[in-house]
Design a protein around this ligand. Structure first.
Ligand SMILES: N[C@@H](CCC(=O)N[C@@H](CS)C(=O)NCC(=O)O)C(=O)O
Length: 211
């Protein structure tokens, strides 16, 4: 059994979607970061970094934070969604790192400036709007002629998809990025993705872009 500590944000959704995809039994613990649950002594004992997500795997005794590390751990635990060797393994890790190091942090900042604080910092808005578009151009080019980011459906797709699901918050029209749109809709139709999207609680159906 895996104890899973999470909130309704993309970094949490990566792991709920992955747990559903791997079919691993887990118990969800809601860490409401809007009311400061991440700073409670109980949670700090699990993740001193005071961020969600985190897991405790009672089968192995391993406690882990950092969504990228958790995805790699779950893939290696089960032998699924990460090729064992060869180029596809390296490319899966490459795109996982692309999400962790660039796509996620940039979109997080885009949300902060473009949506939650619109009009307060025009320079930052311009910077993150431009960086967001560049990242979408990169993603769209990668998905051109490819069904998934790296070979078969993998933890790289699971890492990137929840961030794209916030397209309205970073003011991206997915019809400008047809390969991303096609890939996004394909994953959105997966029952595991839909179930994972409702953890730790239902916030609305998976957002679907217009035509
Ligand atoms: N690099 C970390 C980032 C985790 C992260 O930023 N979590 C956010 C929610 S998406 C959080 O817990 N924020 C609470 C806070 O900053 O106090 C990961 O990928 O797990």
């Amino acid at each position: 059994m895996i104890d899973f500590y999470t909130w309704i944000t993309p970094n949490g959704l990566k792991i709920s979607i992955a747990l559903e995809e791997f079919g691993l039994p887990y118990k969800t613990h809601t860490i409401d970061i809007t009311r400061g649950d991440q700073f409670s002594a109980g949670y700090l004992a699990i993740n001193p970094g005071s961020k969600i997500p985190a897991i405790v795997d009672h089968e192995t005794g391993i406690t882990l934070a950092e969504s990228g590390a958790i995805l790699l751990y779950l893939a290696e635990k089960t032998g699924r969604f990460l090729p064992r060797d060869g180029a596809a393994r390296h490319h899966t890790i490459e795109w996982l790192m692309w999400q962790m190091g660039g796509f996620g942090p940039t979109l997080g900042h885009a949300h902060y400036f473009l949506t939650y604080n619109e009009g307060r910092a025009p320079f930052a808005e311009a910077l993150f709007r431009e960086d967001t578009i560049r990242l979408y151009e990169t993603l769209d080019a990668r998905l051109k002629g490819r069904e998934h980011l790296a070979g078969d459906y993998s933890i790289a797709d699971m890492a990137v998809w929840p961030w794209v699901s916030r397209f309205a918050r970073h003011k991206i029209d997915l019809s400008d990025f047809p390969n991303v749109r096609r890939w996004y809709l394909q994953l959105a139709a997966r029952p595991q993705v839909k179930r994972g999207y409702e953890v730790p609680h239902f916030t609305g159906p998976v957002p679907l872009p217009g035509l």
